[in-house]
Design a protein around this ligand. Structure first.
Ligand SMILES: [Zn+2]
Length: 86
């Protein structure tokens, strides 16, 4: 079951307000010297010794649906139960 949601903006966690993070992909290389210059159409966010972090410039992700963490999902769910089951 897919629990992460994708957004076209940094959608805030509904519990704590933390913004969704950029959905990135990482390229790994055996040696830094073997890393070819990037020629694709993604944005290079970071170049580190043996890896390159890429972003499409528009996709953000919250790992747990509308929430940043399982703690936030359960906190929100418990508030809902308290609100609606009184
Ligand atoms: Zn949160």
């Amino acid at each position: 079951m897919r629990t992460s949601f994708l957004f076209d903006h940094p959608s805030p966690c509904r519990e704590c307000g933390k913004a969704a993070v950029k959905r990135t992909t990482t390229e790994w290389f055996m040696r830094d010297e073997e890393k070819p210059p990037y020629t694709g159409n993604l944005i290079v966010l970071k170049e580190q010794q043996r890896r390159r972090i890429l972003w499409d410039g528009e996709t953000y992700i919250q790992r747990y649906g509308y929430f940043c963490s399982l703690n936030c999902t359960s906190a929100y769910a418990n508030k809902m139960v308290s609100t609606f089951e009184r």
